[in-house]
Design a protein around this ligand. Structure first.
Ligand SMILES: *Cc1c(COP(=O)(O)O)cnc(C)c1O
Length: 347
């Protein structure tokens, strides 16, 4: 049986959170002599520590309550807070499936938590046989599942995720940074069903706000309360909250850009598919392509010389490059460069 109290660190359960000057009052109205702010300026007031407007909008959009939403300084803050809430340093463990987003392991290391990393299968799916034995370990507190996965681009099978949600008495975090590009419904729809589920999303990718640093966690209210307790009081600046609220209201631009990115991805797939240096393109539900080539290092170096930056993932996936979908013009320049290299190598 999953019981939240059983897996939260004792010091966090008993923590008396910081109460900021304006927690008890109605926000930034009236004569504000309570927070030692400067009375002059445009950004002179502390931002809303509860990000009420942004949460209301997100809750409406996702069909949950504001109490089910946590807003962080990027999803990187969500990841770090999860370790700090659930994992005792030098005692507890976390698990994720390799290869995946690097921040889970880095955040584990920062928090002095052992990270178990069973490999994904050849199809980049969860290998339950390699995983089940870990689930009974009472020191295992967190499982991170990235879906669509970075850097492989694919969705993780729903059945396997359901198995973990049902058979693991710790927290399962599904990182949906790329879900808006995918054909799949969000796991937010299943929050009601699973008391141990956290879904993280971000403004950094489909919403085009990587510069603003806004990420979310969606979960049952008792989990969200723990995140609120542990976060720095003013973790999301007023500038960032406003930028996020504005991005949410810009539905037309959001949908148009999403469409363009999807079309451009299809074009890149088709054109890269014709290169002689190509070994394979993995199917992608995200805004990037994982591409296996005959000599990743060479292509990477040659593109850098032309000021075109892609990600060389050869250290974790042999001869694989990860290519983000850019603007039509940027993609065209990439394709021109790749075709020129193709001619050189097969002359
Ligand atoms: C890009 C990305 C994020 C975004 O992190 P932020 O801190 O919100 O910018 C989260 N998870 C994955 C898997 C990503 O690739």
């Amino acid at each position: 049986m999953f019981k939240l109290e059983n897996i939260v660190r004792a010091n966090i359960l008993s923590l008396q959170p910081y109460s900021s000057a304006r927690d008890e009052t109605v926000g930034n109205s009236g004569i504000l002599l309570d927070a030692n702010e400067n009375p002059y300026g445009k950004l002179n007031r502390y931002p809303d520590p509860h990000q009420k407007e942004l949460k209301r909008k997100l809750a409406g959009l996702k069909g949950v309550k504001s109490e089910n939403v946590f807003v962080g300084n990027g999803s990187d803050e969500v990841i770090d807070l999860a370790f700090r809430i659930f994992c005792n340093p030098n005692e507890d463990k976390a698990l994720t499936f390799s290869p995946t987003y690097g921040m889970y392991a880095v955040s584990a290391a920062i928090n002095h938590v052992e990270m178990i990393e069973p490999p994904l299968t050849k199809e980049f799916q969860i290998d339950l046989k390699l995983t089940v034995d870990y689930l009974a370990d009472s020191r295992l507190k967190l499982i991170f599942i990235c879906s669509p996965n970075n850097p492989t681009g694919n969705l993780i099978n729903r059945n396997d995720i359901e198995y973990l949600l049902n058979n693991f008495n710790g927290i399962v975090i599904i990182d949906e940074a790329y879900v808006d590009f995918s054909s799949s419904a969000s796991w937010i729809k299943s929050l009601e069903q699973y008391p141990n589920l956290i879904v993280s999303q971000t403004f950094s990718k489909a919403r085009g706000l990587a510069g603003a640093r806004v990420g979310m966690a969606y979960a049952k209210e008792n989990i969200i309360q723990l995140f609120n307790k542990v976060k720095p009081p003013y973790n999301v600046s007023e500038l960032n909250q406003k930028a996020a609220v504005k991005a949410l209201s810009d539905t037309v631009r959001f949908n148009r850009n999403l469409q363009t990115i999807k079309q451009e991805k299809a074009k890149l797939e088709k054109e890269i598919g014709r290169l002689k240096q190509l070994v394979r393109i993995y199917p992608s539900d995200a805004n990037f392509l994982l591409v296996e080539v005959t000599d990743a290092g060479r292509i990477y170096d040659e593109l850098i010389k032309q000021n075109i930056m892609i990600r060389n993932r050869s250290n974790i996936l042999k001869n694989c490059l990860r290519i983000s979908v850019g603007t039509p013009d940027e993609n065209e320049q990439l394709l021109t460069a790749l075709k020129a290299l193709d001619l050189q190598s097969f002359r």
